[in-house]
Design a protein. Structure first.
Length: 283
């Protein structure tokens, strides 16, 4: 459950962010366009097929060469925020992984609104749910209400949900994906490749109990997504093997992200939420 007072804390945090770090949002992206635009940038030699209206005749009079004007056109950056709400995200106390991930998502939505950026917010498991944002900061409260009433269920199917979502992504965008990423790294790789050349931030959220098992003895373990159950004895050796597997899993994800130019972050749901924000924003 996200407390609406979180929005008040976001306002205070955004003031600190503006003073200490450069926002991940550039405000407005500049793209070069030949011909008419907003502000002149430079010249380049005329090529067959260029618009004749772009020729700088004053330069031609001086040089006898055809040059056209390049302009800088301002384009708003589109921000896409996707939060995993599969059953495994319901794990964790006193705050679930989903609550923590949703708070991160709302935080980035706030920063996008504050910088007048276009943004889209979605939750996913084995299906995709879109929250249609409207203008105005008051929409954040309705977003929080929407997230607080989501039923956390289903299996994670990152590839197919992103395949459906891809149609909503136009020009080069900032895409923020928040999940526990406890599934096949190859699916993560295929999903990131399928998204193409965008600025992507992948944030893994785990509970402290998942990172550091503090149990010993007989337990019945239940997979929250498949509902499979396993009765086992948790020993120091088993914990050691588990930690090795988790470290290996995370290392594979890091390697995938490094190879594709994707920024990868790790967060524990017990970490103060604004520490995680700051870690992402300061890079």
């Amino acid at each position: 459950m996200i407390d609406t007072s979180f929005l008040d804390h976001l306002k205070k945090f955004s003031l600190i962010v503006n003073k200490r770090v450069t926002s991940i949002y550039s405000g407005q992206k500049l793209s070069t366009a030949a011909g008419r635009g907003i502000s002149f940038r430079d010249h380049r030699i005329y090529s067959f097929g260029d618009d004749f209206r772009s020729i700088d005749w004053k330069v031609f009079a001086r040089t006898d060469d055809l040059y056209i004007k390049n302009y800088e056109e301002e384009r708003n950056l589109s921000v896409h925020i996707l939060v995993d709400y599969s059953a495994s995200m319901n794990f964790g106390k006193p705050r679930s992984k989903f609550d923590y991930a949703a708070m991160i998502g709302v935080g980035f939505a706030y920063l996008a609104m504050k910088d007048n950026e276009k943004f889209q917010f979605a939750t996913f498991s084995d299906k995709l749910d879109l929250f249609q944002p409207r203008r105005g900061m008051h929409q954040l409260a309705s977003m929080v209400d929407h997230l607080n009433n989501i039923k956390i269920e289903g299996k994670t199917d990152l590839f197919n949900t992103l395949l459906s979502y891809k149609n909503l992504i136009g020009s080069k965008s900032l895409i923020i994906i928040i999940s526990d990423l406890l599934f096949d790294p190859e699916q993560i790789k295929d999903s990131l490749i399928m998204l193409g050349k965008h600025d992507i931030k992948l944030i893994q959220v785990l509970d402290k109990q998942e990172r550091n098992i503090n149990m010993e003895g007989d337990f019945r373990l239940k997979d929250s997504e498949t509902k499979d159950e396993l009765r086992t004895f948790i020993s120091p050796r088993l914990v050691q093997n588990y930690n090795k597997m988790l470290d290996g899993h995370t290392a594979k994800i890091k390697d995938i992200c490094n190879g594709l130019g994707v920024e990868f972050y790790q967060a524990t749901s017990s970490t103060p939420i604004f520490d995680t924000f700051y870690e992402v924003l300061k890079r």
